[in-house]
Design a protein around this ligand. Structure first.
Ligand code: SR1
Ligand code: MG
Length: 390
């Protein structure tokens, strides 16, 4: 039948055609699209006893419209990533009921009983003790299993080939890892940071360091990444009295540097800390980088004895983890900066009564994380960089 763009009224028949809905009554459907890229619908039985989510990739960037075309096969990358995570961390992703490659549509668990982590944080909630630890474990479990430590060499080469995602990687190479440092029509900023935006564009040292991180992003095939692991890609809540953390939306997935996933999460945690600082509501924000790194490192080291290639010795593990740490610090800096002077901004800052003071602090921190990433060798050093903002 070919690719058809689904509208709200199409969803009941679509779910029946695909074998996902056999109840007598049609579901009630509402569109809940929220991210920059895709459409999401929730379908719920009239009695509220059965529900599903349908996510479809459009042939353009949703928030930009047809003027920014984008290959919908990014949904293939998302489905592939979910397949990989389901093998090693099924408790940390939504249940996937089916993928329809012809229409670039995923049918998955309705998670509307959970909350998007960013939304909760913006409302003043704390992270709590589990969230960052689960995220750190998620990165370790996915990255170990899809690295040369967790997968035989030939299988890995096939994964790398299957996971090549040129258009989505190009978005990151552009909107995260170059545009904020040059004049570009995508860029915009709050007037209270205009001087810093201009300064960063003229900052040769910063630009060279970002070029290094960009090249690492383009050339390093360590493991399968989520690729866009910000706090809007994580849902949290309680089910039957137990804390639940679900990572979703891995459409930017490809085989790249592990530090890109950790760095994105850290950047978003640090920006949430700046929001809380501005509102005088700091709680556990400053502990999230440590909690996620410790959980990542502990889980990666726990998996290490299971590695498939023992030429990689224990000393090499230490060296490898050091490299992941340093690159994570750098990518955290790039994510902070692009979220303030690039294309896609964060509500953490934009919804503040005055976004300027926290945005300025975050920009300065971002620069420090990039240019001093080799010196910032542990969590304490990063916390000192935050403290030095005053
Ligand atoms: C054009 S897309 C801009 C951003 O939205 C996505 O969520 C990614 O973060 C991307 O960088
Ligand atoms: Mg997304």
């Amino acid at each position: 039948m070919g690719y058809r763009i689904l509208e709200t009224e199409d969803i009941p028949a679509y779910l029946r055609e695909r074998g996902h809905w056999d109840e007598a009554a049609d579901p009630e459907v509402r569109e809940v699209s929220d991210g920059n890229m895709n459409r999401v619908f929730l379908a719920t039985s009239p009695a509220g006893t059965h529900s599903l989510a349908v996510k479809q990739a459009l042939p353009w960037v949703r928030v930009a419209g047809p003027s920014w075309p984008m290959n919908p096969d990014r949904a293939d990358a998302e489905a592939r990533a979910y397949d990989q995570v389901a093998k090693v961390a099924p408790d940390k992703i939504p249940a996937i009921h089916g993928y329809d490659p012809e229409n670039y549509a995923l049918v998955m668990e309705d998670m509307s009983d959970l909350e998007v982590l960013r939304t909760l944080l913006n409302e003043g909630a704390a992270y709590g003790p589990n969230t960052s630890a689960r995220v750190g474990e998620f990165v370790a479990q996915l990255s170990f299993a899809t690295s040369d430590f967790g997968m035989p060499s030939a299988e890995r080469k096939a994964l790398i080939a299957a996971s090549v995602s040129p258009e989505l990687c190009k978005i990151t190479e552009d909107v995260v890892l170059s545009e904020p440092y040059i004049e570009h029509e995508h860029n915009h900023w709050h007037e209270g940071v205009a001087d810093l935006a201009a300064k960063f564009r003229a900052d040769a040292r910063l630009r060279t360091e970002v070029a290094d991180l960009r090249h690492t992003f383009m050339t390093t095939a360590q493991a399968l990444l989520h690729g866009d692991l910000h706090t809007g890609s994580i849902m949290v809540g309680d089910r039957e009295g137990a804390p639940v953390v679900r990572v979703f939306d891995p459409e930017f997935s490809f085989v790249g540097p592990i530090g890109y996933d950790l760095g994105l999460y850290w950047a978003n945690a640090l920006v949430s800390e700046e929001r809380a600082w501005a509102l005088g509501s700091l709680s556990d924000h400053g502990d999230q980088l440590r909690l996620s790194w410790e959980a990542f490192e502990t889980e990666f080291r726990r998996l290490w004895p299971t590695r498939v290639d023992t030429f990689f010795d224990d000393a090499y593990l230490d060296r490898f983890l050091r490299r992941v740490w340093t690159e994570s610090v750098g990518y955290a800096g790039t994510e902070i900066i692009r979220r303030i002077i690039g294309f896609a901004h964060l509500t953490d800052l934009t919804t503040l009564p005055d976004p300027a003071p926290a945005s300025r602090r975050a920009l300065l921190l971002g620069r420090e994380l990039i240019v001093r990433r080799e010196e910032l060798r542990d969590v304490t050093a990063v916390r000192e960089a935050v403290a030095s903002l005053g």
